[in-house]
Design a protein around this ligand. Structure first.
Ligand code: ZN
Length: 250
């Protein structure tokens, strides 16, 4: 179910004990010379909506919060960025509004690395203020099994970076018409020596804005990765809806 397509009586008729509100969070930011600015918004929205379509009785999707925290991409034209405070306020108000309407379970499905810290800060503040809320801040790529990444990706980076082999493959699968295939390139610069925890803008760590081995991207790899995302994401939302308990010392 997509929230904007419902009426307020529709909302009141939902089982708000079980329903998981899925909140896609994305960005409009540069993705190198070959992927579109909306890549993270497209992928986070599609993941949330396709997961919800598998389990329409327990999942409600909000519109994507598309104005992400992307200050580290600002050197590249077309990037739009919230302030961190503005982003966190938008996410807080989205969740608090539906908490006021007696929803209890919220899962952020994020597509943009720059939002990760703010998603955690926002949900930790909300949890402190509303201890009965059940909150999860997931990235759609968290749903990928590492074994699938290892067996699917050919390059040395077996994870999602930025406009990389994995992300470019996902875009070839979901939006092939938006990928400038002739401009695919490998990019990404490591510091020498390696500095743990280094904070960098993307014009410092790339030549043209991407990080990874996008020349290895294929539509077929994207389809394989996407299937794992939707299958595992659907199972995660089902478990979240069903409830959980904490079991002793693990
Ligand atoms: Zn991205």
């Amino acid at each position: 179910m997509r929230l904007p397509e419902l009426t307020w009586p529709d909302i009141n008729a939902l089982d708000r004990e079980r329903t998981v509100v899925l909140i896609p969070t994305g960005a409009v930011e540069q993705h190198g010379p070959y992927l579109p600015l909306g890549t993270d918004t497209f992928l986070a929205t599609a993941a949330a909506e396709e997961i919800a379509a598998q389990i329409p009785d327990i999942a409600l999707v909000t519109p994507c919060l598309w104005l992400g925290a992307s200050l580290h991409h600002m050197p590249f034209s077309g990037t739009l960025s919230h302030s961190f405070a503005g982003y966190e306020e938008a996410l807080t108000r989205t969740i608090q509004s539906l908490a006021d309407h007696h929803f209890l379970k919220f899962m952020v499905i994020n597509g943009h690395g720059g939002n990760v810290d703010s998603n955690h800060i926002t949900l930790r503040k909300l949890k402190y203020q509303n201890p009965t809320l059940q909150l999860a801040a997931a990235n759609y790529f968290d749903f990928l099994d590492q074994s699938v990444l290892d067996s699917t990706l050919a390059g040395p980076l077996k994870s999602i970076r930025h406009a990389c082999e994995a992300e470019a493959s996902l875009m070839l699968h979901k939006h092939p018409q938006l990928v400038r295939v002739d401009s695919l390139r490998d990019d990404g610069l490591a510091s020498e020596p390696v500095i743990p925890g280094l904070i960098s803008n993307f014009d410092e760590i790339t030549e043209e804005g991407s990080f990874g081995y996008a020349t290895l991207a294929t539509l077929e790899k994207g389809a394989t990765l996407w299937q794992s995302i939707i299958e595992n994401g659907t199972e995660a939302v089902k478990r979240f809806s069903g409830g959980y308990t904490y079991l002793g010392i693990v």
